[in-house]
Design a protein. Structure first.
Length: 473
């Protein structure tokens, strides 16, 4: 039984604890928290190793009433509790939270302790939090969006967004290298018509988009926030060296306007752990290179309702751990309206060169073309997982002139795909199988390593390398 058991006891008394207590941890880390935002709850377990009821005369926070931690024992909160009882060979739970004001600190590492005092001993368990100051972006009460105009977001301190932050029409938001953007649940970023987003990350100094739960438990859980939405006719959006993770849809890219430039140019970017889609594009124009996707609940890359697209030296992988009945890459030139009508739009171009399309499903590419609109696609020197085992897929690869030099369903030998490490081993079938003319357009891989090695180039976003088990991205 836990702490609730002894509260019903009527007929005998507890003795003051005379020997040291045992704890589930000697230090409780509440991880990184943002200023004035409540942490998640941590639990400390306190054990009575004796064969009798014991009473702990005092359990208190070291900083007393000035502490920015909160504890709860058996439903009672407070900085000091007296005569806390534990049944023989049993334990109690202490629940710990914090809300810390960064401006009150001289050191961002905030510490305190829970002190257990008896007549014969005093023990403590350390409490530790790293506190970050941040820019907070909130909508007005009753609203779900907050409009931002021209601006520069810097790496000086993180940005925490509640609701949807909107780059207003004809404005530009620029985000510099090293910036960290955190989204609360059901939050995101919208770039309105004629507006632009410029993400200027650098190698080893990426721009990170993720949720606002910073505990290790949440480090790779999909669906923690909404999406980055490049609204219809937004323009000249540019993303370089970004890490977009743990949302519902990493990037929704809608229809192109009158500009001949791409709606989105995206390079050297990792898209991991999203519950619905990595990139969802609808009648848009995207040029991408050195992209990496993985662990997406439905589709890593969906190019729908036509448009114009080019992807070079990218790795569209999907090793999602749950049930997934969708491919990694889906391409179509039509959609079904709300009244059931099929509406087609021209797919002007869908080019994939020196790319890997692979995952833990048997078929990771699906092409759905309507004869009512153009459906132009071309695949050159790709590795694609595709079986069409049941003859149900609406296209074939073998003998199809739109697929050149395709490696079909050979394991690319990723280093550790279940932990988002999509580098390929030296023995990978994708090694040295790329097309040199495509590599000349993207001469460096996502780690800034040269591709052309004595006239031979690898397929995918990463150059092949000897696997080192201890090395992590």
């Amino acid at each position: 039984m836990s702490i609730g058991f002894f509260s019903c006891r009527k007929d005998f008394s507890a003795e003051t604890a005379s020997v040291s207590l045992k704890f589930s941890a000697d230090t409780v880390y509440l991880d990184t928290v943002f200023t004035n935002i409540s942490s998640s709850t941590r639990v400390l377990k306190v054990y009575n190793q004796e064969n009798k009821w014991i009473s702990i005369p005092e359990v208190r926070l070291g900083r007393g009433d000035n502490s920015q931690y909160r504890i709860n024992i058996d439903g009672a909160s407070g900085t000091l509790q007296e005569n806390v009882e534990i049944a023989p060979k049993d334990s109690i739970f202490i629940f710990i939270e914090s809300t810390i004001d960064y401006s009150s600190l001289s050191d961002p590492l905030y510490t305190d302790s829970i002190i257990f005092s008896s007549n014969t001993f005093e023990q403590d368990v350390k409490l530790v939090s790293l506190v970050q100051d941040a820019h907070f972006i909130f909508p007005q009460k009753g609203e779900s969006i907050v409009v931002i105009e021209d601006g520069l977001w810097t790496a000086e301190k993180p940005y925490v967004i509640y609701g949807y932050a909107v780059v207003d029409s004809s404005k530009t938001l620029t985000i510099e290298a090293g910036s960290k953007i955190h989204f609360h649940n059901n939050s995101g970023l919208i770039v309105y018509k004629d507006a632009s987003l410029k993400v200027n990350g650098e190698l080893n100094n990426e721009v990170v988009f993720e949720g606002d739960r910073l505990e290790p438990l949440y480090s790779d859980i999909p669906g923690q926030w909404g999406m980055i939405w490049l609204y219809p006719t937004s323009k000249d959006n540019y993303i370089n060296y970004a890490n977009i993770k743990n949302g519902s849809i990493a990037l929704r890219v809608d229809s192109v306007g009158n500009s001949s430039n791409p709606t989105l140019e995206i390079k050297n970017t990792k898209i991991f752990n999203h519950s619905i889609a990595g990139i969802l594009a609808q009648n848009s124009h995207i040029e991408g290179e050195n992209l990496v996707t993985n662990n997406i609940g439905q589709v890593a890359l969906a190019l729908e309702i036509g448009g114009k697209y080019s992807f070079k030296h990218s790795t569209f992988a999907n090793y999602y751990g749950g049930i997934r009945n969708t491919p990694s890459v889906l391409i179509s030139n039509w959609y079904q309206s709300s009244n059931g009508d099929i509406i087609s739009r021209d797919l002007e171009e869908a080019f994939f060169g020196n790319c890997i399309i692979y995952g833990n499903n048997e078929d990771e590419l699906l092409l759905l073309g309507s004869n009512d609109a153009a459906f132009n696609y071309k695949f050159e020197n790709n590795l694609i997982r595709y079986t069409n085992r049941n003859g149900e897929m609406p296209f074939v690869i073998e003998g199809n002139p739109k697929f050149e030099s395709t490696i079909i369903s050979e394991d690319p030998l990723f280093w550790d795909p279940f932990n988002n490490d999509l580098r390929i081993e030296k023995e990978s079938p994708a090694a040295s199988k790329g097309k040199l003319s495509i590599a000349n357009d993207v001469p460096l891989d996502i780690l800034n390593l040269p591709r052309n090695i004595e006239g031979m180039v690898d397929i995918g976003a990463y150059q092949s390398a000897e696997k080192e088990e201890e090395e992590k991205l």
